[in-house]
Design a protein around this ligand. Structure first.
Ligand SMILES: Nc1ncnc2c1ncn2[C@@H]1O[C@H](COP(=O)(O)OP(=O)(O)O)[C@@H](O)[C@H]1O
Ligand SMILES: [Mg+2]
Length: 249
């Protein structure tokens, strides 16, 4: 199965929102990402090599909760390689989240789309590390099926059916698709970004989407690399359930 990219590295010029220009205060501003809701991420580089990232979303954009993402980054940052020093703000035009740069490049950087096997392995290992590291008992956030289906109609629930029994409850990333994993230049896992949905759920909620996203970003044949690197055998029933949930929720 293939689908069009929902989000991508901007190919042409991008208008810099006023708030981002103000935050930059003379730093070099480079657009790095446009998401499927029109949200934009910029890299800000100062003259001393200091680098920050700003994610900006237009006012009224549904489903984007930057304060919630900042809170989750602070929480997860005690254990995991995620962006530091999150700060957010908003004005009449939109809202923004500023973070300190993590080292590494995204698994969809041209360097890694040219070497999908290495990237897919880092995605699997990174996810395993995250799931093994974040403490479920201490996690205040929920990403379980019920919560994700809140506000969805009966037809969606009917289509999904009953969730499979939980395999292993972990703190899930919540959007474990390829662009949100960063790799060091030697191909090892560097860190995770985009943790606005982080919360406790069955590990297959992340695994199913992480493996699926290798098809969208690299083409067929790399999902098995993700499961292998994670250290798990594919579980067709849970994979199918959590992919359908991803589409419906
Ligand atoms: N702190 C950071 N360090 C390094 N790269 C980052 C950082 N924040 C964002 N990025 C880059 O910007 C991209 C978009 O950020 P992300 O939070 O994933 O936005 P979106 O919610 O639009 O997907 C990421 O895929 C990553 O390449
Ligand atoms: Mg992202």
């Amino acid at each position: 199965m293939s689908r069009p990219p929902l989000a991508s590295i901007p190919a042409g010029p991008v208008a810099v929102p006023g708030a981002v220009a103000e935050l930059a205060a003379g730093d070099t501003v480079t657009p790095v990402w446009r998401n499927q809701l029109g949200g934009l991420t910029f890299r800000l580089e100062d003259a001393n090599g200091g680098t920050r990232y700003v994610k900006w979303v237009a006012a009224g954009t549904p489903e984007i909760n930057l304060p919630g993402e900042a809170e989750r980054l602070k929480w997860a940052g005690r254990w995991a390689a995620v962006p530091r020093a999150p700060a957010w703000g908003s004005n009449a035009d939109g809202a923004w989240l500023v973070t300190a740069a993590l080292p590494g490049r995204s698994a969809v950087d041209p360097r890694w789309t040219a070497d999908p096997a290495t990237a897919a392995a880092a995605i699997g290992r990174g996810l395993r590390l995250l799931h093994d590291t974040l403490p479920v008992q201490e996690c205040p956030y929920d990403w379980g099926v019920e919560r994700r289906l809140r506000g969805r109609d009966e037809a969606a629930r009917q289509r999904l059916g009953e969730p499979p029994a939980v395999d292993r409850l972990v703190v899930c990333h919540g959007d474990a698709c390829a662009p949100n994993t960063l790799l060091h230049d030697d191909g090892t896992f560097a860190g995770h970004v985009d943790l606005g949905s982080l919360g406790v759920a069955d590990r297959w909620a992340d695994l199913a989407v992480a493996a699926w996203s290798t098809e969208w970003n690299y083409g067929p044949g790399y999902d098995g690399v993700v499961y292998d690197a994670y250290g798990v055998a594919p579980d067709p029933e849970r994979i199918a359930y959590y992919r359908l949930l991803w589409d419906l929720a």
